[in-house]
Design a protein around this ligand. Structure first.
Ligand code: HEC
Ligand code: HEC
Length: 326
């Protein structure tokens, strides 16, 4: 943060310098100095001014977001909550927060001590590092109150009040209060495991400029303080909720009808035409095996493993949701 603020100050200084040089060039006596100097310095001034403007905007949104206070919350940690949390975490969070293997990629296995640099792995390391956190009580979460952990999941705000880059793209703001508390209960119940290396965000100035310019996609609407899930059932309404904690809507768009490309991710197809061709049995088989009926496996960019851990009812609800009119 301090580094980026210093860079911002330098860029603002350069805007002033080149602005002054432009002014001098335009007032010069020689015509060629007026034209070449004026255009060159003028153009540089504009580019630097845009970088300063968007960089400041991106930094304001990240370091000083409009963050609500952490709620005053104590999670009871009943066995039911821990069991529900285990189900949700092993669908939604293991894909990114599991232990990393020797190649630096997540293994999908416990312990959930993180350490995956998703920015580097997914080809957007040019905006800085984004390393998954240790979710066991052996890491920084031991010092988080239940309310602060709730604020991470609902609003993507860390203990310092900064916005969490990757978490803010995930659809967890729509997970019910009850399920969010279950997730917290389960994370608290895990055996503590130490953190490997440096975790968290380290966005650089380019990342701030791109974020300020809106190149990472639209910011989601503000999250409400209370979210209730529809009643559990094998129907499209609950299926939409399954597509939320299953993260399908995070990639395939809020209505699971596909999402356009952004500067950090490729376009994601609409899954509905494909799913509508399948029977429920075929859909279940595809989601549990990661292989389509024609024998084509899903590529690594499609984390079918999330769905493979869902129970039959949740998969059936997901099927109902993906085969209805969006
Ligand atoms: C797509 C990958 C991904 C998934 C899925 C994911 N996370 Fe994260 N998470 C990250 C990254 C990367 C960070 C580091 C900060 C950032 O960029 O958001 C992080 C940070 C965190 C933090 C630390 C917050 C802080 O204050 O520093 C917590 C807690 C967390 N995640 C919980 C979860 C839980 C619980 C789930 C499942 C419900 C989950 N995450 C799913 C990528 C992910
Ligand atoms: C991290 C992003 C991501 C998440 C999360 C995700 N998908 Fe996908 N999905 C993709 C991508 C990328 C493709 C295209 C893969 C390809 O090129 O074949 C895809 C393809 C699909 C397809 C095949 C579409 C076709 O026409 O071949 C289906 C079905 C699908 N996803 C369903 C789901 C469901 C259900 C979930 C939630 C359990 C989900 N996806 C979660 C990224 C994602």
């Amino acid at each position: 943060m301090i580094g980026n603020i210093l860079i911002l100050l330098v860029v603002i200084g350069l805007v002033v310098l080149f602005g002054w040089l432009t002014y001098r060039a335009v007032r010069a006596r020689k015509l060629w100095v007026k034209i070449v100097g004026g255009l060159g310095a003028g153009l540089l001034t504009l580019i630097l001014a845009a970088a300063a403007f968007f960089g400041a905007k991106g930094m304001a949104a990240t370091y000083f977001p409009d963050a609500p206070d952490a709620p005053d919350l104590t999670v009871a940690g009943t066995p039911e909550q821990v069991a529900r949390g285990e189900y949700l975490v092993n669908i939604a969070c293991v894909g990114c927060h599991s232990q990393v293997g020797p190649d630096g990629n997540p293994t999908g296995q416990h312990p959930l001590n993180g350490g995956w640099n998703i920015a580097e792995a997914e080809g957007f390391g040019f905006i800085g590092d984004m390393v998954t956190e240790n979710l066991t009580p052996g890491g920084k979460l031991a010092d988080y109150s239940d309310g602060e952990l709730f604020r991470v999941l609902r609003y993507s705000i860390d203990q310092q009040g900064h916005e969490l880059g990757m978490m803010s793209f995930l659809p967890y703001r729509e997970i019910s209060n009850e399920d969010t508390e279950a997730i917290i209960a389960y994370l608290r119940s895990l055996p503590p495991v130490p953190t490997n290396g440096i975790t968290g965000d380290k966005m650089n100035f380019l990342g701030a400029v791109m974020s300020g310019a809106g190149l990472f996609g639209e910011a989601p609407p503000p999250a409400p303080a209370v979210v209730t899930a529809p009643p559990q059932g094998v129907n499209a309404e609950y299926g939409k909720y399954v597509a939320t904690f299953g993260e399908c809507r995070g990639c395939h768009g809020p209505d699971a009808t596909g999402a356009p490309a952004t500067s950090v991710s490729p376009a994601i197809p609409n899954p509905r035409p494909f799913v509508s061709e399948l029977t429920l049995e075929q859909f279940t088989a595809v989601m549990r095996s990661g292989v389509k009926p024609d024998g084509q496996p899903f590529p690594e960019t499609m984390p079918w493993q999330n769905a493979s851990k869902m129970n039959d009812d949740d998969l059936a609800a997901l099927y109902a949701y993906l085969t209805m009119e969006p």
